[in-house]
Design a protein around this ligand. Structure first.
Ligand code: DHB
Ligand code: MG
Length: 219
């Protein structure tokens, strides 16, 4: 096989078919997001399931998500925390939050999910800490701010996942002027240098092209 974006997407769809399968609530959330005109930049199905499994593997009961979009990853995380668990998800766009609210409720996990509308810089200082897992998937320019809050609102043992660390390999383009690339790079640098974290990063190819996630432990 030639390694092309189409081939990556094809193989990713094959894996999702085998390991994620048909999921009416998640598919309805994506349809609602599309119908509302939101961008299709949610995590891939296999990545949503990875978030879900990381939450379950770590026994997370309190999850913080930064960047709700249409609630697709929120539903994956809410399913992982169980009926007594809670997900707080921060969304800057009220329109996105309304779409997410409806989809999360329709997925039957609405009672576990608290959507906080506002920019992270305003909302995060108002939250009570103790989060066991933090998923950061919002404006890349604020990655270091979000990582700082993840450490402050977490505890030793908190799992932190940062989305979109690959960016088509642009992270190593020295002369990049793309603010998203610069923000991604700053986040990775912080994960390497800040003694509060022990971290790694994995590149991915699939339905979202060439990208990746960083996974960190708050130590
Ligand atoms: C973008 C943001 C995301 O969180 C993502 O997963 C893919 C793309 C973006 O802003 O372009
Ligand atoms: Mg993302």
């Amino acid at each position: 096989m030639e390694s092309t974006p189409a081939a990556w997407a094809h193989a990713d769809a094959y894996l999702a078919d085998l390991l994620v399968g048909h999921d009416p609530e998640l598919e309805a959330a994506l349809a609602a997001q599309h119908d509302a005109g939101l961008p299709a930049i949610e995590v891939a199905p296999v990545s949503g399931k990875l978030l879900h499994l990381l939450a379950r593997i770590s026994g997370a009961r309190r999850v913080l998500e930064i960047g709700t979009l249409g609630g697709y990853s929120t539903i994956w995380l809410a399913r992982a925390v169980g009926p007594e668990g809670r997900v707080v998800t921060v969304e800057a766009e009220p329109g996105n939050a309304a779409v997410a609210r409806a989809s999360i409720d329709a997925a039957g996990v609405g009672d576990r999910v608290d959507i906080r509308i506002g920019r992270g810089a305003e909302v995060l200082p108002t939250l009570v800490g103790g989060f066991d897992l933090v998923f950061i998937d919002a404006d890349k320019e604020s990655n270091t701010l979000y990582l700082d809050w993840a450490a402050k609102l977490g505890h030793p043992g908190t799992v932190v996942i940062l989305d979109n660390i690959g960016r088509d390999g642009e992270i190593v383009r020295e002369d990049s002027a793309d603010s998203k690339v610069l923000g991604t790079r700053e986040g990775l640098r912080m994960l390497g240098e800040d003694p509060r974290f022990d971290a790694t990063a994995l590149q991915t190819v699939g339905v979202k092209g060439w990208d990746g996630i960083a996974v960190a432990l708050v130590v």
